[in-house]
Write a protein that binds this ligand. Sequence first.
Ligand code: PRP
Length: 186
Amino acid sequence: MPTPPDFVPASQCEILFSEQQIAERVTAIGEEISADYKDQSIVLVGVLKGAAIFLADLARSIDVDNTFDFVAVSSYGKEKTSSGAVKLIKDLDVPIEGKHVIVVEDILDTGLTLSYLRKLLLQHKPASLKIATCLDKPERRLVPIEADYVGFKIPNHFVIGYGMDYAEKYRNVRDIRLYPEIPTGH
Ligand code: PRP
């Protein structure tokens, strides 16, 4: 994908949540999950690509047995309407039947991706299914869905870093920053 001509260096984007703030929230969520699933084992299902970094940190903050897997859905774009046209691009590698599953997302926005995935994963008959998201933008929701574990609730700003991209860039930025002049989307 070509670099947009108006590409802004990450250092010029305002920090919304610092690396340290993120680490503290992820640790807290990890502790909450460890308490909720005491003496059980869980499968973390990350949604590529944005959730990869949150999942990597979250998995290491959890001290109950856990394994992880990834799914991928059609990329954020025009085809995603309120009709919920989301497509699975990469399926699970391991069966989740009878397992306690936590779907891990970087951001819950319109909710279309997670409502599609929740329905799909429930067909595999997990013992339970919960959702963990690093960011939640409640005001953008088109379908009713909430996460069980939320890092931060944010208003409708376009954000980058900590796995989140603009034109595939900035995923490696350590903190979460506001990207200027993108009115909609994540
Ligand atoms: C982002 C994010 C979620 C989805 C949330 O993915 O990772 O999967 O959008 O949006 P929704 O609630 O409106 O469905 P994106 O399509 O940008 O792909 P990426 O994870 O590869 O960046």
